[in-house]
Design a protein around this ligand. Structure first.
Ligand code: SF4
Length: 168
């Protein structure tokens, strides 16, 4: 795959066991307008900060590690760059990797903006969605993968199947 598309990011963790199930390649995207009080990643807020990197470069890094179970798109707010991240997510699926996304939006807010075609595209390529803004008063370090108890870990595979429960 030779994509010239670029995404603006704050950083990468090539191997993490804290940002979703299994071993994951994590991208911290750049740009966020949610302004959560107590945000742990304020350096990711400026949409002009960070640096640009091509999807091809990211995939080359992913391909270096045969132990990966999936990729995690964190922030920042990944849905601000949903189009290019959908390209990346599709390529990851083609490699047998799962896609997990952290967003400050609620799942319902994303679905309601179905007119934003790229948002729907990224949602369709996501297996696990952690949704909701960080709320300092509800901060927790006890529950895996979330920062505050208002946030939800949604299994979108089950959510797409209406007869099953949506929550992991
Ligand atoms: S959504 Fe995440 S990155 Fe954005 S302000 Fe809230 S905690 Fe920070």
């Amino acid at each position: 795959m030779k994509s010239n598309s670029v995404v603006r990011i704050a950083g990468i963790t090539k191997e993490s066991v804290c940002d979703g199930p299994g071993i994951r390649f994590v991208i911290f995207t750049q740009g966020c307008f949610h302004c959560c009080e107590g945000c742990h990643n304020p350096q990711t807020h400026d949409p002009n900060g960070g640096y640009e990197i091509s999807i091809a470069e990211l995939l080359a890094m992913v391909d270096e590690n045969p132990l990966l179970d999936g990729v995690t798109l964190s922030g920042g707010e990944p849905f601000l760059q949903a189009g290019v991240l959908s390209e990346f997510a599709k390529e990851c699926h083609d490699r047998g990797l799962s896609v997990m996304v952290y967003t400050g939006y609620l799942y319902e807010e994303i679905v309601a903006k179905a007119d934003k075609i790229d948002w729907q595209k990224l949602l369709d390529l996501t297996e696990i969605l952690v949704d909701g803004r960080f709320v300092r008063e509800q901060a927790t370090q006890e529950i895996p993968f979330i920062g505050s108890t208002n946030q939800r870990v949604l299994n979108l595979i089950l959510l797409r199947c209406p007869t099953q429960t949506a929550f992991l």
